[in-house]
Ligand binder design. Structure first.
Ligand SMILES: Nc1ncnc2c1ncn2[C@@H]1O[C@H](COP(=O)(O)OP(=O)(O)O)[C@@H](O)[C@H]1O
Ligand SMILES: [Mg+2]
Length: 375
């Protein structure tokens, strides 16, 4: 069976790596052929909005999926019309995941607590939103934001002008700043027959809007129960097929939904080594119409993102039990280039080894080391 994937980034690459053992074949579409998944499968190069190209892709595969949500819903709909090719996850989930307002409305409809917000279309509307929702707050583009891009923090009234200058001109959303205790994500997969496989709760640390570190299982039974209920509600509402992630803030022990991703998610990369079945394999099992695999954690995992600069492989692999995933991308500040994972026997051991790994990574990338020509 051939799986077509729109987008051939690191998520597509890890999907293909998980899919070949299952006997699946892959075909990608991306804007360039120089993309992380290109070493694994053919890449059709062209625009995500090119209907003829999407249709050609759709004709060549049994199932069409995507590894990136900033693609054209209407082009995908038209491209698959009249074909037997199945589109998974469903377009409604993709459309919702593309628009922060649609996400908020979904959360509200499903009674999932989310941040207070107001839509913003003008500078005057931003002034009103700040007065109504309060300060501090975060101004976000409704569409196309990722890794903290398309956001501006509004600490005080004096910041309003700069925030508007930075982001104005496209539909925006202003929301309260959440002084959270922690951030967690809930990941799960729903199969064609409606069966569900939910992963243990993951705790995430971001800096500058980008995920840096995840650990799982995050043992907080009350939070996990709430998160699973919310995740199930979303999966069922969409009649979802595939893997989906929900991101939450935690304030005073309560979950506040931040956003959703209708795809495999960075905070679930630990599942490759740390769960019985990875989020990638379960996504593929789901969209291929196969039974889902177990999601139990095999230990206590930590996942560290490698951003901007790639440490020497030897420095990472010298850490006992650490796995390296190099996405094959060129270095650029703020770019996700890879990640590494470790799995420990206890949460305490995981935290100790994760701290050691973070120190080793910092050291291997420090200018002093580079100047000395150290490996
Ligand atoms: N309203 C908020 N209050 C506090 N922190 C926020 C808020 N919105 C975003 N952040 C921080 O920025 C990160 C990225 O924002 P998010 O809305 O998830 O956008 P992206 O699509 O870039 O991941 C969050 O994980 C969180 O750490
Ligand atoms: Mg996010």
């Amino acid at each position: 069976m051939t799986i077509g994937i729109v987008g051939a980034g690191q998520l597509g690459r890890m999907l293909a790596l998980a899919g070949y053992p299952l006997g699946l074949d892959f075909l990608f579409l991306d804007r360039s052929a120089d993309v992380p998944a290109a070493v694994l499968a053919p890449v059709v190069a062209g625009e995500f909005t090119d209907r003829a190209l999407l249709r050609r892709l759709a004709r060549r595969c049994e199932v069409l999926s995507f590894d990136w949500e900033n693609i054209s819903v209407s082009a995908l709909r038209v491209a698959t019309r009249g074909l037997r090719t199945r589109l998974s996850p469903p377009l409604r989930a993709l459309a919702t995941g593309q628009d922060r307002l649609a996400e908020k409305r979904l959360f509200e409809r499903l009674r999932i607590p989310t941040t207070r917000y107001a839509t913003v279309g003008s500078r005057a509307a931003l002034e009103r939103a700040c007065a109504q929702i309060g300060l501090p707050g975060v101004l976000k583009t409704r569409r196309l934001g990722y890794d903290g891009k398309g956001q501006a923090l509004v600490r005080r009234r004096a910041d309003i002008g700069a925030a508007w200058e930075a982001l104005g001109g496209v539909p925006l959303l202003y929301e309260e700043f959440i002084d959270f205790e922690l951030e967690v994500s809930a990941l799960g997969t729903r199969a064609l027959d409606g069966s569900e496989a939910l992963y243990p709760l993951t705790r995430n640390w971001h800096a500058g809007g980008m995920l840096r570190l995840s650990v799982a299982p995050w043992e907080a039974p009350g939070l996990e129960r709430q998160a699973r209920a919310h995740l199930r509600a979303v999966l069922r509402d969409f009649s979802y097929v595939g893997t989906l992630a929900l991101e939450f803030f935690v304030r005073r022990g309560r979950l506040i939904a931040n956003e959703l991703a209708p795809r495999v998610h960075n905070s679930g990369h630990w599942t490759i080594e740390g769960a019985v079945t990875s989020q990638f394999e379960n996504h593929l099992r789901a969209i291929a119409g196969l039974p889902l695999g177990r999601t139990a954690a095999t230990g206590h995992a930590a996942m560290v993102n490698l951003i901007g600069r790639m440490p020497p492989a030897a420095a990472v692999l010298a850490q006992p039990g650490v796995h390296l995933h190099d996405y094959g991308k060129s270095e650029r500040p703020g770019r996700k280039l890879g990640h590494c994972t470790l799995v420990a026997a206890s949460a305490a051991e995981r935290d100790r080894r994760a701290r050691k790994l973070l120190r080793a990574l910092a050291q291997s990338l420090s200018p002093a080391q580079a100047q000395a020509g150290a490996p």
